[in-house]
Write a protein that binds this ligand. Sequence first.
Ligand SMILES: NC(=O)C1=CN([C@@H]2O[C@H](COP(=O)(O)OP(=O)(O)OC[C@H]3O[C@@H](n4cnc5c(N)ncnc54)[C@H](OP(=O)(O)O)[C@@H]3O)[C@@H](O)[C@H]2O)C=CC1
Ligand SMILES: C[C@H]1O[C@H](OP(=O)(O)OP(=O)(O)OC[C@H]2O[C@@H](n3cnc4c(=O)[nH]c(N)nc43)[C@H](O)[C@@H]2O)[C@@H](O)[C@@H](O)C1=O
Length: 350
Amino acid sequence: MQKDSKIYIAGHRGLVGSAILKNLQEKGYSNFVTRTHKELDLTDKNAVADFFEEHKPEYVFLAAAKVGGIVANNVYRADFIYENLMIQNNVIHQSYLNGVKKLLFLGSTCIYPKNCPQPMKEDYLLTDTLEYTNEPYAIAKIAGIKMCESYNIQYDTNFISVMPTNLYGPNDNFDLEKSHVLPALIRKMHLAKLLSESKSDEVIKDLGKNNIDEANEYLKGFGVDASSVEIWGSGKPMREFLWSEDMADACVYIMKNRDFEDTYDKNAKEIRNTHINIGTGKDISIKDLAILIKKIVGYSGNLVFNSDKPDGTMKKLTDVSKLNSLGWKHNVELEKGIEKMYNWYINRSH
Ligand SMILES: NC(=O)C1=CN([C@@H]2O[C@H](COP(=O)(O)OP(=O)(O)OC[C@H]3O[C@@H](n4cnc5c(N)ncnc54)[C@H](OP(=O)(O)O)[C@@H]3O)[C@@H](O)[C@H]2O)C=CC1
Ligand SMILES: C[C@H]1O[C@H](OP(=O)(O)OP(=O)(O)OC[C@H]2O[C@@H](n3cnc4c(=O)[nH]c(N)nc43)[C@H](O)[C@@H]2O)[C@@H](O)[C@@H](O)C1=O
């Protein structure tokens, strides 16, 4: 990838896409093609075909997807499978038709079985049943891996799939219903702290409500008040978290330095499981995560566990030995990352 190569970042305003764009800009790349969802709906086959025909990108980062936390995945099951399959089918197929030199597809570690041996190696894909809450999303992601692999084998393309663990960072989704755990807990504890300090104006502004009664009513629905914050599930599930800017760095590293042929054993009879896990190789329980966020936010109330909400997979720790052997390792540790994220959240423009 040259400094003036034409690079398309699909999903450039999202958590990962925005971090990839920033990482590339910092490294001196300047020839980008970007489109918001409103400007180009990637589920629209004809619009995507026209876009590739007109712009002919050389490199593609596929970071656009329908994304959400455990409840969003479980509730909007049809949207998660349909939109993700459509987006990736269109972008991967048009990348092939238009001679894209290299494409990076972003999947997720939820592709692995619910009760997968730990840590999860790339070879454990399709060895058992998936976790129910995100099965439709995971099946779309598995299709994306197989699509990249199959195009490479049949058409000699250079499409690489990376499977990140749970990510967090600037431009994350903080919606209390649809977000992932880390941004949700930061926001819930921040708002509870503001309530306990009687900073009603700041609570109203954060939530975009008309008055404090409306804000309190809304927060009640999420188990948040001045003295307590609800944590979904039992607090026992283990999760691994990677700072989004580390994730972006891994994506750029692989795009620059690695090819499809680096992702599998040349002596193997069958080419499969060519995707690469991206993570830290370290995990933490949701309860301990909540305690850590509580300390960083400076919230002093109670944590209340709601077992009516799903736990999801109990453990999904990535084996990152393939990634490490390809020459990349994470940089930002969890506590530092949460501090950076909280700082970003309180200083963001509304
Ligand atoms: N966040 C996480 O914890 C994890 C994420 N991943 C994967 O990483 C990738 C990036 O996720 P993340 O950055 O968190 O997601 P975000 O929700 O932050 O961003 C998604 C991006 O996709 C774009 N997009 C969504 N639907 C369409 C569409 N139909 N047409 C065009 N653009 C669309 C959005 O555009 P716009 O901004 O214009 O609305 C947005 O920029 C995804 O593949 C996801 O599955 C994997 C594991 C964990
Ligand atoms: C990245 C990954 O993200 C999703 O899977 P997940 O890891 O289960 O995602 P999550 O971050 O939403 O939850 C992690 C854990 O945390 C608990 N939890 C506590 N309190 C809150 C809370 O307030 N919000 C949320 N969202 N979770 C909470 C929650 O009950 C669960 O036990 C996939 O669907 C799929 O999208 C995917 O690939």
